[in-house]
Design a binder for this molecule. Structure first.
Ligand code: NAP
Length: 339
């Protein structure tokens, strides 16, 4: 039985982590913490009434180290990097849901997150937890940088194309839409019901911090620099991300060949479902699950294509993928707690 802790239990991804981990047969949640919120977890999240007696403490590294073998950090970016190092030095496994260890270049991190990186040693060691793509590295890892929500949908949607046909891509534009829980629990006027309901808008156009993360990992898959355009939108739903990805090619790819490439690429994956021709992914088929559904349509001239990819931002885009990574790291059944 692995003893696990959740730091950031009062946040949205902390709640989803606990929901999954309470159903997991190989772990016991032995520690829960936040920063300003304390008290019984079932008072913070009444959904856990009769499911747990856990008490949320003010975060202390000493307490986390004593209580846990593995710690999930569900903290805001620029906070995880204050916490991860001490846990790792004490020999704990750490899965960080924030963006602090995803961008390998510290100058790029500073540009997008407006802070100096304080933990370069562990930044170099962190393994990017895109489970289906980096499973071999995750198996051996002690420290995981769990991917962002938008990057998870984009990278899974593009991975077969970018790794098999890197020289045929002329441009990639990612049109992404997310539900409101993507912004976390913190109150803000822009996220009030009256501003979101019956509305739809783009935000941070070409300025969103997930763009460099997507470009970094596509470039790694392609083994050459890959540029993208990325535009996020706010959908008037609680959870779910749908990305429509437009790709122009500089040389023809036959629809049949590319479809077969996607089918083979994901044929052994439980959580990535490449849909049958003619079907389109829908949010309602993946919300509250760890699935990513993907469809591909190639234009009749074979010179452009549209990929659609959907996930639940809090599950496959955060806590579900984090548990999938824990399962891989610890040698558990990869789907434990997630089906
Ligand atoms: N929401 C998503 O869909 C999603 C998807 C992928 C990744 N992520 C990432 O996962 C992390 C958690 O996201 P979330 O949406 O769960 O956030 P959230 O709902 O805002 O919760 C944040 C948690 O961090 C704690 N916290 C808040 N301010 C803090 C501070 N200044 N210092 C230290 N701890 C602080 C909070 O504790 P208190 O209540 O005590 O303040 C709370 O438990 C973020 O880095 C986010 O970018 C989120």
């Amino acid at each position: 039985m692995v003893r696990v802790g959740i730091v950031g239990i009062s946040g949205f991804s902390g709640r989803v982590l606990l929901d999954i981990l309470l159903r997991h047969k190989d772990v016991r949640v032995t520690y829960a913490a936040a920063y300003s919120t304390t008290g019984r977890v079932d008072a913070i999240w009444p959904v856990f009434t009769n499911r747990t007696d856990l008490v949320c403490e003010k975060y202390s590294a000493e307490a986390a180290i004593a209580a846990c073998d593995l710690v999930f950090l569900a903290l805001p970016h620029t906070e995880s990097m204050n916490v991860a190092g001490e846990l790792l030095a004490a020999g704990k496994r750490v899965i960080d849901l924030s963006a602090d260890y995803r961008l390998k270049n510290r100058a790029v991190y500073k540009k997008w997150y407006h802070a100096e990186h304080k933990d370069p040693r562990n930044l170099a060691k962190a393994v990017y937890g895109l489970s289906e793509i980096y499973r071999t590295q995750i198996k051996k890892a002690k420290f995981i940088a769990n991917p962002g929500c938008y990057p998870t949908a984009a990278l899974l949607g593009l991975a077969p194309l970018v790794s098999m046909y890197p020289d045929k891509i002329a441009s990639i534009a990612i049109d992404a839409k997310s539900g409101v829980s993507g912004a976390g629990r913190k109150a803000s006027e822009a996220l009030m019901y009256t501003f979101v309901n019956e509305n739809f808008k783009a935000y941070r156009v070409l300025e969103h911090q997930h763009a460099p993360e997507i470009a970094q990992y596509l470039s790694r898959m392609a083994e050459k620099p890959v540029d993208i355009m990325f535009v996020p939108h706010l959908l008037p739903v609680d959870s779910g991300i749908l990305e429509t990805i437009y790709v122009h090619l500089n040389a023809k790819i036959a629809s049949k060949a590319l479809t077969e490439c996607y089918r083979r690429f994901y044929s052994t994956e439980t959580f990535v479902r490449f849909l049958q021709p003619g079907a389109q992914p829908e949010l309602r088929h993946v919300v509250r699950t760890n699935f990513c559904d993907i469809a591909l349509v190639v234009s009749p001239d074979g010179k452009s294509l549209v990929i659609t990819s959907v996930i639940d931002n809090l599950v496959k885009g955060a806590s579900g993928q984090a548990v999938q990574n824990m399962n891989i790291m610890c040698g558990f059944n990869e789907t434990e707690g997630l089906l």
